[in-house]
Design a binder for this molecule. Structure first.
Ligand SMILES: [Zn+2]
Ligand SMILES: [Zn+2]
Length: 392
């Protein structure tokens, strides 16, 4: 049967499932009910699940009728710490938590991709790994799955997945060849001096002055070291030190984010930042220590071949006039990229905007954004078609 028809058949069921997940959003690493619901659905459909020792998240396995390659289909399942303000009858029941990044739609899509691929598994040459990843919004869910060696269950030859996009009309998808999302690394800098009475600079080393100077020095990495054709961001978002105007503190701490679209640049900038933090502080008689948080993610680089596979599948399912080709990458990050260290992959955008309805175009991470549920069979069909084509 035509893939879009296979997907349309379950549209009502998809909407019901999506609304259940939407009403019960859970924060990163706490997706217990969502995980239980996914497992329930997998059992109901007769899909095998594998425990890799994680508290949340699920891995489902579908073994095709004939031998062949393995496709990994990955979606994230967590919600955000913010109240929902859509006024929908199925709005979040968990105070202060909501699915404003559309991961409820992602989860539902993957559940029904599993259902359909399982129904047609006899025609598949190869296997399907359904990767329901926890903690995309923080908590390093993708890195956790890698640390738990999900790939020892079965090693995907390619990875695909989607993310909702309120910028694209429902019924269409977006693809972007090459770099699509930035690497993202959080850094902490501790500047240590010698505190004392503000009246006696001869007796102290001010970490406040050092920190102020250091921030301007850090920015020379962007202006005076990087290749200007390669975009990068270095933002200090928080700085704390001191309690009163005439007391010089011992320490100032700051935190920031570094983003790039290039793996080598990411490595180079990390080294440059360390050199400047240590060198600048030492020059001014202080001590600077740079530390990186462990949940940094690499550049989301969409493999050309995998992206083409998605494009071709979408052309069959929704037609080429419903495919938007992205020109500009985003400096936003997406930890799907962690999986790309284990094989080529690509993520596409699933349009969720209803033309003429501004509430569907506010954007993700907006408490009032409404996602058009007509996107569900579209997302499912594109992925199922891509899987069918890859496992032909
Ligand atoms: Zn998000
Ligand atoms: Zn997201």
């Amino acid at each position: 049967m035509e893939t879009i028809k296979l997907a349309e058949k379950y549209k009502d069921e998809m909407i019901r499932t999506r609304r259940t997940i939407h009403m019960n959003p859970e924060l990163s690493n706490k997706e217990f009910d969502t995980t239980a619901l996914i497992k329930e659905k997998m059992a109901e459909f007769g899909i095998e699940t594998v425990d890799i020792g994680m508290k949340t998240g699920v891995i489902g396995i579908i073994r095709g009728g004939k031998p062949g390659k393995t496709i990994g289909i990955r979606e994230d399942i967590d919600a955000l710490p913010m109240p929902e303000e859509t006024g929908l009858p199925f709005a979040s029941k968990n105070e202060g938590v909501c699915h404003s990044c559309g991961h409820d739609i992602h989860t539902t899509t993957l559940i029904y991709v599993g259902k359909i691929l399982n129904e047609i598994k006899d025609e598949l040459c190869g296997n399907v790994m359904l990767i329901f990843q926890p903690a995309e919004e923080g908590g390093g869910g993708a890195s956790q799955m890698a640390a738990h060696k999900y790939y020892e269950v079965m090693r995907p030859d390619m990875y695909i997945g989607l993310h909702v996009s309120p910028a694209i009309p429902v019924g269409s998808i977006g693809v972007k060849y090459g770099a699509s999302g930035g690497s993202a690394d959080t850094f902490n800098i501790t500047v240590t001096g010698v505190g004392g009475h503000g009246a006696h600079p001869e007796n102290f080393v001010s970490p406040v002055t050092i920190a102020a100077y250091l921030i301007t020095q850090m920015e020379t990495i962007l202006a005076r070291e990087n290749d200007p054709r390669k975009p990068a961001v270095l933002t200090v978002g928080s700085i704390h030190g001191g309690t009163k105007g005439n007391i010089v503190p011992d320490q100032v701490v700051m935190q920031g984010t570094m983003r790039t679209l290039d793996a080598q640049l990411r490595t180079d900038m990390k080294a440059a930042l360390k050199r400047i933090v240590e060198g600048c502080c030492a020059t001014m008689r202080g001590k600077g220590v740079l530390e990186w948080e462990s949940d940094g993610v690499p550049v989301l680089y969409n493999d050309e071949t995998v992206t083409q596979c998605i494009y071709d599948a979408a052309a069959k399912v929704i037609g080429e006039d419903h495919i938007v080709i992205g020109k500009q990458p985003s400096m936003g990050s997406e930890d799907f990229s962690v999986f790309f260290d284990y094989g080529p992959g690509a993520q596409f955008s699933l349009g969720t905007q209803t033309p003429g309805k501004p509430e569907t175009a506010y954007g993700i991470h907006n408490a009032r954004n409404v996602f058009d549920e007509d996107c569900l069979p579209v997302g499912v069909a594109v992925i199922v078609q891509a899987a069918r084509d890859f496992l032909k």
